[in-house]
Write a protein that binds this ligand. Structure first.
Ligand code: ZN
Length: 528
């Protein structure tokens, strides 16, 4: 462990140093099958149950590229305003690791699929353009489980187990250009960038982007340059930072730590570092001073990837539909150099899209923030697209459905696979037309979540529906009056608050399927 104990207070670091940050984000794509074989990719499956000779690297097996993974990567590249390569190859990255059964990883090296884009992020009222160096495609490794130690790390463990289910899942790496000149905002820029990137990826429907399940993982690079110097310092790379808050804290900590090292006349060592969630500190990992030689060479078992401009345009058109952006974003293919296409467009950053939809929906900032913080933007947007009012869509997703997700320990995104925006739109219609009241709607939502089908089927099968037949309601009201003569007498005397007792009796008699407001009106009418 190096001298991590001494820190310089953050504000003071800014007097002497200018931070330069960089972010490398790994995203597991949500394809149904793996990158180079037909194995399924379900999270949390029995260890080593989703494997085959290809992803186990058995001799003689041959990989075949998953076309959907290429399409998803192009989607990401277009949305990040990148140039899409007309022709590129996979490469072998050679190294040994127990969770990598082939002893090499198929990745992309000097020929990435997407290059040179950007993402605009808003931080403290300023727009910062984060340059995107490259977006490339590779395969994920397996996962080691270290048993018997206190920390779950290999150090101190008695033995280790390997699960290859994750080996071969398509992984996209998104690498920013160095981000300089943001000063004290650097930690917030890092956090906002990852937040916006996550929201963007979710809206592209390419990944479930769950940091806690590792489908979005972030490496944070930080270096310091003395103020006024044009020479950047040595950088450190903090690996696998697994929450948005941690991204910000990892940048802060590294700035404070590196400033202390430099203040003491020391030098920052170029190395990878581990981040600890509990303490928000980092410790030294592997030194990168002697860079590992991965002996990259073009993967001989795969043909090059050569997306035609027609296909890229098709993908772009689908993107316009997915993001629901206005047709003024025209696609004009511009050929760049000999090897790629860039589309003259601006898909708009996530923050621009939020502002656009906020204006369209007429919701207050606090409500939009709540929607975004609950990761509900996409589902609310898709519910509004079915004709539901924005306020009602927000009410369902942030209210009953969020509570249900919380109770079941799942996310809105997962629940929306079954409680789809279309179904929520239908439930809202049933309520606004008076066929369901809020309590019955809640029952329907729970039944949908339990897999009982569409709202209309559930209403029919369970005989749910507000009793709106006046005759039946009047009969139930008369029955309640007859059964409670004392209460009825009090209401006749003008003590209308007592009506609640009779409303309760009618609701009970109709199994909650009456419109309470209508029942109350009927009672007062009968006893006036
Ligand atoms: Zn396989």
């Amino acid at each position: 462990m190096t001298s991590t104990e001494t820190l310089v207070p953050f504000a003071e670091t800014m007097e002497r140093y200018e931070p330069v940050i960089g972010l490398e984000t790994h995203v597991e794509l949500g394809t149904r099958t793996k990158m180079f074989c037909g194995c399924t990719t379900t999270f949390g499956a029995e260890p080593n149950s989703q494997v085959c000779p290809v992803c186990l690297g058995l001799p003689g097996s041959l990989p075949v590229v998953n076309r959907m993974a290429i399409e998803y990567t192009i989607r990401i590249g277009l949305a990040l305003n990148c140039a899409i390569a007309e022709w590129c190859r996979f490469a072998r990255k050679n190294y040994f690791y127990p969770d990598m059964p082939k002893n090499f990883q198929i990745s992309q090296y000097d020929e990435p699929l997407c290059t040179d884009g950007y993402l605009d992020v808003d931080v403290n009222g300023k727009t910062v353009r984060v340059g995107i160096e490259r977006v490339h495609l590779e395969e994920d490794t397996g996962k080691s489980l270290h048993i018997g130690g206190a920390t779950g790390r290999i150090h101190g463990a008695e033995y280790s187990l390997v699960d290859y289910n994750r080996a071969g899942i398509p992984l996209v790496e998104i690498v920013t250009k160095p981000i300089a000149g943001t000063g004290a905002d650097a930690p917030a820029v890092a956090r906002t960038y990852v937040t916006d990137l996550r929201d963007l990826l979710r809206s592209l429907h390419v990944s479930d982007v769950r940091m806690e399940e590792g489908s979005l993982r972030c490496d944070v690079n930080v270096s310091l340059a003395p103020r006024g110097s044009s020479r950047w310092g040595k950088r450190t790379e903090t690996k696998n930072v697994n929450s948005l808050r941690s991204v910000q804290r990892a940048v802060e900590f590294e700035i404070e730590r590196q400033a202390a090292v430099l203040d003491a006349g020391g030098r920052v060592i170029q190395e990878t570092r581990h981040f600890y969630e509990e303490t928000a500190t980092t410790t030294a990992g592997r030194s990168k001073e002697e860079a590992q030689d991965y002996r990259y060479f073009p993967e001989p078992d795969l043909v090059p990837v050569a997306p035609s401009s027609e296909w890229v345009k098709e993908i772009g058109d689908r993107l316009i539909a997915l993001l629901q952006i206005k047709p003024q974003f025209e696609f004009v293919p511009v050929k760049i150099g000999p090897s790629g296409y860039r589309f003259e467009n601006n898909f708009g950053s996530p923050s621009t899209r939020f502002k656009h939809f906020q204006a369209q929906w007429g919701l207050p900032q606090a409500e939009m923030d709540a929607i975004r913080n609950a990761d509900a933007f996409e589902v609310v947007k898709d519910t509004v697209a079915t004709g539901t009012s924005p306020a009602a869509a927000a009410k369902w997703w942030l209210g009953e459905i969020a509570r249900l997700a919380n109770d079941r320990g799942t996310s809105l995104t997962s629940l929306s696979q079954i409680i789809t925006p279309t179904r929520v739109g239908r439930i809202d219609k049933l309520v606004s037309s008076g066929r369901l009241n809020d309590r019955l709607a809640r029952d329907v939502i729970h039944a949908v979540a339990d897999g009982e089908g569409d709202p209309d089927e559930i209403v029919k099968a369970r005989g749910l529906a507000v009793v709106s037949d006046e005759g039946a309601l009047t009969a139930a009201v008369d029955e309640a009056i007859a059964a409670n003569p004392d209460v009825a007498a009090r209401i006749r005397d003008g003590r209308v608050a007592a009506a609640g007792v009779l409303v309760g009796a009618v609701m009970k008699a109709t199994s909650g399927q009456a419109d309470a407001a209508r029942v109350r009106a009927l009672i007062l009418q009968r006893l006036s």
